[in-house]
Write a new protein. Structure first.
Length: 548
């Protein structure tokens, strides 16, 4: 195994998109930032120099961080932020996983522009569990705002209303030629007819689940979230924020030009980009250079049948060298509601009245707890040093009231929406086997919630619509070859059941990867205690860990 070294200079730069200049914060002057390529078992050493005006941390989304939780990155969970002018070096191994992940800032909404691909190839001497592709193509999907994203978020949080939506979707930082002033910089890929490509697709968008297609072409999905899947054929890919898909695609169509396109799934009907896909041009070598590219027919923005079919048909590749069996004996069972609500003001507006529905402020919660980051010290430092007053270890295993979670007539019922802010975390014994039902609530609105767990992958053993029913739904669990993920979509009006083994000591953020829901409280932290041996004990923090 080798050591892969990078230096990330996080700073501001001016870019022109959609006919406008905008100052953004980015890494090494690029959007997206640098692609990190490693092999299973390598050590990554990334020095982060913060020359931006904001605090920053970097999270290696989906990397297990086995025994290296100090390098995980979420602000006030495992570290205090790197202040402007300061540096911190992240050191960790990538091990027991292969495929495509992403790295991104984990300070407020900064990940909008501070992100990039993280690719883990098989260890030296090993091969992919599929025919070696001719070429690999990283594709980072994102969003572009015609405003400073930190101001957008600040304004939304202080007034209690939803944040302004982005002005465009992007492929590798470019909106593509269906948006104004974008055609000259549309991303282009050249393919050789007859060859098979490995597309490594990342949804780095802030708030938008996406559909992805290439006109006339079919994909074979081989991995999601850097876990191999059984090969799954589809002409559309469905990718929520924080998820990745590795898909093979053979250039087996006529010599011409095609659009690659991503479009929004589950967005409010008035989103500026709702009817505009981001596009890149896929040209076959030898195709007429100026011929109009063929556009794929994209699914509609609320096509949850297409999304559910894709997401529920995937299965894990049990012959993968990294496969471990699904836990069958469960020690900890939890039922966790995830959803949005409203809480009374006051807000930071001229009148003190909030700008959310009914003059209230938007909130979000897990089991009616709206999680609050401590902002005085990271939870992991408080945990290992026994500092009191930072968090309490009393996150409830069940919601406070049971009701018909998916009945829209519950909307705006204050008794169901009332959430309490708090830093109430859940503690797991080392190696505990856990089953967690995530039940989406339709109390305020019906969004998908892509729930992301740091530090661990989990198995998605079942998913469905309506209220989860332990009597009937448990009979249909896939305990043989479920897909393994770090981010799972809890569908609007539906639920998912995950299982995992709590075998990585540390403090792990768990949250909705729709970024707007995080400051409203749709998050929590899971503490996993040390195991019995030195190699299952969290090491001390690195000496340059930023101070609060
Ligand atoms: Cu990709 Cu905590 O996030």
């Amino acid at each position: 195994a080798l050591t892969v070294r990078h230096t990330f200079n996080v700073g501001n730069l001016r870019l022109n998109r959609l006919c406008k200049n905008q100052v953004i914060t980015a890494v090494n002057g690029g959007l997206p930032g640098p692609t990190i390529v490693a092999q299973d078992g390598d050590t990554l050493v990334v020095r982060v120099n913060n020359i931006s005006p904001y605090n920053v941390t970097i999270h290696w989304h989906g990397v297990f961080q086995l025994m290296s939780a100090w390098a995980d990155g979420p602000e006030y969970i495992t570290q205090c932020p790197i202040r402007p002018g300061q540096s911190f070096t992240y050191r960790f191994n990538v091990t027991r996983q292969e495929g495509t992940l992403l790295w991104h800032a984990h300070f407020k909404a900064l990940r909008t522009t501070v992100h990039g691909a993280l690719i883990i190839r098989p260890a030296r001497g090993r091969t992919y569990p599929f025919p070696t592709p001719f070429f690999e193509i990283p594709i980072v999907l994102g969003e572009w705002w015609n405003a400073n994203i930190m101001d957008v978020e600040e304004e939304a949080v202080s007034t209690g209303r939803p944040p302004n939506m982005s002005n465009a979707l992007t492929i590798n930082g470019q909106p593509g030629d269906l948006y104004p002033c974008s055609s000259a910089n549309t991303v282009r890929f050249t393919l050789v007819r007859g060859k098979t490509y490995l597309l490594r697709i990342i949804n780095a968008a802030l708030n938008t689940p996406l559909f992805f297609k290439i006109a006339n072409h079919k994909f074979t999905v081989v991995a999601v979230d850097a876990s191999y899947t059984d090969p799954y054929d589809s002409d559309v890919l469905v990718i929520a924020p924080g998820q990745t898909v590795d898909a093979l695609m053979t250039a087996d169509q006529a010599l011409r030009r095609y659009y690659m396109a991503a479009s929004a799934h589950v967005v409010p009907p008035l989103a500026p980009y709702v009817n505009i896909s981001t596009t890149a041009i896929v040209s076959y070598l030898g195709a007429a250079p100026l011929s109009p590219p063929l556009m794929p027919a994209m699914p509609g923005a609320r096509d949850s049948d297409t999304a559910h079919a894709f997401l529920s048909n995937l299965t894990g590749l049990t012959s993968s060298p990294h496969w471990t069996p699904v836990p069958l004996e469960i020690e900890e069972r939890m039922f966790v509601t995830v959803g949005l609500g409203l809480v009374p003001g006051p807000c930071d507006t001229p009148t003190g009245v909030c700008s959310g529905p009914g003059g209230q402020r938007l909130a979000a919660s897990m089991n009616n707890v709206s999680f609050e980051l401590p902002e005085r010290l990271s939870i992991m430092e408080a945990y290992v040093n026994n500092v009191s007053g930072i968090y309490t270890a009393d996150f409830p295993d069940n919601p406070p009231v049971t009701f018909d979670y998916t009945n829209p007539s519950n909307q705006q019922n204050p008794a169901l929406m009332g959430t309490a802010r708090g830093t109430r975390v859940k503690v797991f014994k080392y190696n505990a086997t856990v089953e967690m039902v995530f039940q989406n609530t339709a109390v305020l609105s019906s969004d998908d919630h892509p729930m992301h767990l740091h530090g661990l992958n989990f198995y998605v053993v079942a998913q469905g619509f309506g209220n989860y029913n332990p009597q009937t739904d448990a009979a249909n669990f896939n305990l043989v070859n479920p897909q393994e993920r770090n981010t799972v979509v809890v569908p609007a009006f539906g639920w998912v059941v995950i299982r995992f083994r709590a075998n990585n000591p540390g403090v792990w953020f768990v949250h909705c990867h729709i970024d707007a829901h995080v400051p409203w409280g749709l998050s929590n932290a899971f503490i996993i205690e040390n195991g019995p041996t030195p190699d299952t004990t969290l090491p001390p923090p690195p000496s340059d860990l930023p101070k609060c």
